[in-house]
Write a protein that binds this ligand. Structure first.
Ligand code: SAH
Ligand code: SF4
Ligand code: F3S
Length: 447
C-alpha cells in the first residue's frame, strides 16, 4: 500500500544526501516522499549535533511531532516517527527516554537497516528501536541501486567520518572514523546519477580530499585520481567537492584544478581561525602561512579560483589579537563567501572543558565584525561579475514567475528570464545585476 514519508533535514550536505538515501531505502516498503508532514505515515528528522542550537531544535521538533502523532491516533491513524543523523548517534538513549513517542532512532552509519528497524517497532513498548552502531559492513553496499532522480546537480558521498579530532568538533564522535568508498562504488553511483539526468556532481565528505581507496585497477588511488576518472565520464559537465581540509590539499589535487575543465573554480576550504596560536589549540595541524601557500598555489593553477571558508569566533582563550589575525587573514584571502559561527562548547570535546571560555557578548561582537567584512567581500565578488558572460547550469524554476534559477561556476545563485533554456541545460548568459547572495542575468543579445 502506498504510504507517505516526510523527511526533515538539518545540518550539512551529507545529511541532505543521507535523507535522499533513506527515502531510497524505504521505497521498496511502499513509502514515497511527501513535502507535507501532516498527511505523512512516517516522519524522519535527520539531525545535526554540530552546535548547541542545532541540537536543541530536535527536542522542540519532537514536542510538535508528539502532538501530531496523538492527534492522528485519535483519527485512527498510527503514524511513525524516526530520528536519524548526528543527534541520534550522540544521544540515542536520551532521545528514547525523553521522547518515548519516537519509534526509531538510527545513526548515520546504520540507516541501510531502516526496513528491519521499522519492522521491529512495537507500539506497546513506549521505547524506540535504536541502532547507533558503527557496523562492520559498508552501508553503501546495502543501499539500493535504484534512486529517484536527483536533479541537474546531485550530491554524491564518497568519504565519511573524521580522524582529525579538532578540539571543538563532535563529528569524529557522531560520524565515526574516516572511511573512503572504493572507486568502483563511487563511479557506479556517478554513472547512475548521470543516467538519471544529473550533469553536475558534488562529491561529499567530512574530509573529502582525504579520500583514498582502492581504484578500479586494484591499486590505491588518491582523491585527485578519482577526480580525473570522474571527469572522464560521458555526460558529466561539472564537478565539485566539499568539504576539504587544508592538510589534505596536496600537489596532485592542486594540479587537478589546472587540468580538469569540469572542475569548477570554487573551493570551500575552511580555516576556522587566522591565529597560529588558536589553530594550534584547535589541533588543525597547519599554520596560517600553510593556508596562504595553498590559496596562492590554487590561484596559480587556476586564476579565476574563488575561495569560501568557515570561521569560528570566540574559541576558548581567543584574544583580541588572535581575532585581529583572523580578520587580516580574511583581508588577504578575499573570500567569495564564508560561513561563520560563535564557538559552541560541545559535550565530550576537549575545548569544552577549558576554563578560559570567551564571554558571549565578546563572541557576538566579533561575529558581527567578521560577518561585515566577509559580506563586503562577497558583494564585491558578485558585483565584479556584472557585464560578464558566463555559463549557468539551469537548476529549477525560480520563486518569481517567468524566471528560472541556476548556478554560476562560482556557486553563485543566478536568476534569469524563464525563456533562456531548459532545466539541466548549461546556457551562456550576461550578468546584468549583482546582489549580496545572487546574480541577475539576461540572455546574450544577438545582433
Ligand atoms: N570537516 C569540516 C567541517 C565540518 S563542521 C572541516 O574540517 O572544515 C562545519 C563547520 O562547523 C566547521 O567548519 C566549523 O566552522 C563549524 N563548527 C564545528 N564545530 C563547532 C563548534 N563547536 N562551535 C562552532 N562552530 C563549529
Ligand atoms: Fe570536525 Fe575537524 Fe574533522 Fe572537520 S576536520 S569534521 S572540523 S574534527
Ligand atoms: Fe551536523 Fe553531523 Fe553534518 S553534526 S554538520 S549533520 S556531520
Amino acid at each position: 500500500m502506498a504510504k507517505k514519508l516526510h523527511i526533515k533535514t538539518y545540518g550539512c550536505q551529507m545529511n541532505v544526501y543521507d535523507s535522499d538515501r533513506m527515502a531510497d531505502v524505504l521505497a521498496p516498503l511502499g513509502y514515497s516522499n511527501s513535502d507535507d508532514a501532516s498527511d505523512a505515515d512516517m516522519v524522519i528528522i535527520n539531525t545535526c549535533h554540530i552546535r548547541e542550537k542545532a541540537a536543541e531544535k530536535v527536542f522542540s521538533e519532537l514536542g510538535r511531532l508528539r502532538l501530531w502523532k496523538e492527534a492522528e491516533a485519535e483519527q485512527g491513524r498510527q503514524v511513525k516517527i524516526a530520528v536519524a543523523g548526528c543527534v541520534a548517534q550522540a544521544e540515542g538513549e536520551e532521545i528514547s527516554r525523553r521522547a518515548p513517542w519516537v519509534d526509531v532512532v538510527v545513526g548515520p552509519q546504520a540507516y541501510h537497516r531502516l526496513p528491519e528497524l521499522v519492522a521491529n517497532i512495537d507500539p506497546a513498548a513506549r521505547r524506540a528501536v535504536i541502532d547507533t552502531d558503527f557496523p562492520v559492513e559498508d552501508k553503501f553496499d546495502f543501499l539500493p541501486e535504484e534512486h529517484t532522480p536527483r536533479g541537474p546537480a546531485a550530491f554524491l558521498s564518497v568519504q565519511e567520518g573524521c580522524n582529525k579530532f579538532c578540539t571543538f568538533c563532535v563529528v569524529p564522535y557522531t560520524r565515526g572514523a574516516e572511511f573512503s568508498r572504493p572507486a568502483s562504488s563511487v563511479l557506479d553511483e556517478a554513472k547512475r546519477l548521470i543516467a538519471g539526468g544529473s550533469v553536475e556532481l558534488n562529491l561529499l565528505g567530512q574530509n573529502v580530499n582525504a579520500w583514498a581507496a582502492e581504484g578500479t585497477d586494484g591499486k590505491e588511488w588518491n582523491f585527485a585520481r578519482l577526480l580525473y576518472e570522474l571527469a572522464d565520464l560521458d555526460g558529466l559537465k561539472r564537478l565539485r567537492y566539499t568539504t576539504s581540509h587544508p592538510r589534505d590539499m596536496n600537489a596532485d589535487l592542486i594540479r587537478a584544478h589546472a587540468d580538469i575543465p569540469a572542475l569548477m573554480p570554487y573551493l570551500h576550504l575552511p580555516v576556522q581561525s587566522g591565529s597560529n596560536r588558536v589553530l594550534e589549540a584547535m589541533n588543525r595541524d597547519h599554520s596560517r602561512d600553510d593556508y596562504f601557500r595553498i590559496i596562492d598555489d590554487l590561484r596559480a593553477a587556476r586564476s579565476d579560483m574563488a575561495i569560501s571558508g568557515d570561521f569560528i569566533v570566540g574559541f576558548p582563550g581567543e584574544t583580541d589579537q588572535d581575532f585581529a589575525d583572523t580578520l587580516n587573514l580574511i583581508a588577504r584571502v578575499n573570500y567569495a563567501s564564508a560561513y561563520s559561527f560563535k564557538y559552541s562548547p560541545r559535550p565530550g570535546t576537549p575545548a569544552s572543558m577549558r576554563d578560559d571560555q570567551v564571554d558571549e557578548d565578546v563572541k557576538s561582537e566579533r561575529l558581527a565584525g567578521l560577518q561585515q567584512l566577509v559580506s563586503a567581500q562577497q558583494l564585491a565578488f558578485n558585483k565584479a561579475k556584472i557585464g560578464q558572460e558566463m555559463d549557468v547550469l539551469i537548476e529549477r524554476p525560480a520563486n518569481r514567475a517567468h524566471q528560472k534559477a541556476g548556478r554560476s561556476p562560482w556557486m553563485q545563485a543566478v536568476h534569469f528570464p524563464a525563456t533562456s533554456g531548459e532545466i539541466g541545460d548549461i546556457v551562456k548568459l550576461t550578468i546584468v545585476d549583482a546582489h549580496q547572495n545572487s546574480l541577475s542575468a539576461e540572455a546574450i543579445a544577438t545582433q
